[in-house]
Design a protein around this ligand. Structure first.
Ligand SMILES: *Cc1c(COP(=O)(O)O)cnc(C)c1O
Length: 362
């Protein structure tokens, strides 16, 4: 028997979360952002739940090919555009729309031979200072693109740095509006946080993390607040139990000392499965759907959980590290991420290849 750990993808929850995005932006088209192998869920698995999207946005050309191989004939957007001139051949062949964020990409387009002009998304650096043309350079870039026979429609895109936080988006929105006011073309501004928190709706929204059942602004709001459902469950089983007396310690470094008699369960899940080693004692976990906590340090292949108040639990008990537990219990990935000092994004992207991942049946 293989180790009992596995990851499940809930396609019904993906569809539900996409519907939530649509309900908040009813007159817009929605990109489903499926970069990073659909935030770790697997493009092919996520596709089953996200078919109702208006298009798929991603970064990697190989991932774009996989989406076309699934039979998707609708829009696909390369969020970072092409990385070298010959990538444009694939864009022509597979009808990929692509971001244009730098002068080099314009020059490559100008030299590209194609029968089919490309739909491009001209990217503004409205303050994040990652990709895009500054507001001052934007119009010049637009005019150069507009003059190219290789270019069909030009849409306008920018990305917010603080849609989930205190600083907000007003400064970037103002910079974008001022520089684009009289330019034609569809607009595409919102990520999950801008859509949920600021209600920014343009021609296109870019829904990422919200699709995957993680709140972009946790802990200020949780997935229940935004009516989102977990799309990934990481679960395993208890493979051993130990009974502790007061002052016994648990795990490497003896970081946990029992204050009194306790029972702990050893779970077949460790950092080599993608569970963060940084999760301290007290990180939530579910055993047979009951909430408990981790104890001691996470090791490579195992971690331990407190069974003191769960006398019925023992070898074989189901442990939910995050996601859906038995009996309708839910442990949001955001809670575990927070315990590790990170975000749901990172955890879902980091489930290790040795963990079998499959679409949940129910
Ligand atoms: C990843 C990404 C998104 C999606 O962001 P979320 O916070 O996951 O909603 C949107 N736009 C761009 C350019 C991205 O790279």
């Amino acid at each position: 028997m293989p180790r009992p750990i596995e990851a499940l993808v809930h396609t019904d929850a993906l569809a539900h979360n996409l519907e939530r995005a649509r309900a908040r932006a009813p007159d817009c088209r929605s990109w489903a952002v499926i970069k990073a192998n659909a935030y770790g869920h697997g493009i092919e698995r996520a596709y089953e739940g996200l078919r109702a999207a208006d298009g798929f946005a991603l970064l990697d050309l190989a991932e774009a090919e996989r989406v076309r191989a699934l039979g998707w004939r609708g829009p696909i957007l390369l969020l970072e555009g092409v990385f070298e001139p010959r990538d444009l051949e694939l864009c022509s062949r597979l009808d990929l729309w692509h971001a244009v964020h730098c002068d080099e990409q314009i020059a490559w387009l100008a030299a590209h031979k194609t029968h089919r002009p490309h739909r491009v998304f001209l990217k503004m650096n409205s303050g994040m200072n990652r990709l895009g043309f500054t507001p001052t350079a934007f119009r010049g870039a637009w005019a150069r693109l507009d003059a190219l026979p290789q270019v069909d429609e030009i849409s306008l895109i920018t990305h917010f740095s603080d849609a989930d936080g205190e600083r907000g988006i007003a400064h970037q929105l103002a910079a974008f509006d001022a520089a684009t006011r009289d330019l034609p073309g569809e607009r595409c501004l919102s990520n999950s946080a801008a859509l949920l928190r600021h209600g920014v709706k343009n021609d296109w929204v870019r829904a990422g993390i919200l699709l995957y059942g993680s709140a972009p602004d946790f802990p200020e709001h949780d997935i229940a607040h935004w009516d989102l459902q977990p799309t990934m469950t990481l679960r395993s089983r208890i493979i051993a139990t130990q009974t502790l007396a007061a002052s016994d310690t648990v795990g490497y470094g003896s970081s946990f000392t029992a204050p009194g008699p306790m029972r702990v369960g050893v779970v077949a899940c460790g950092y080599a499965d993608g569970y963060p080693r940084l999760c301290p004692t007290g990180t939530p976990a579910l055993v047979d759907g009951q909430r408990t906590r981790t104890i001691g340090r996470v090791s490579m292949d195992m971690l331990e959980v407190d069974l003191t108040d769960l006398p019925a639990a023992g070898i074989g008990s189901e442990v939910t590290l995050w996601g859906r537990g038995p009996g309708g219990a839910v442990l949001a990935i955001d809670e575990v991420a927070r315990a590790a000092g990170t975000l749901g994004y990172e955890l879902m992207c980091a489930v290790a290849p040795r963990v079998t991942m499959r679409v949940a049946e129910d």
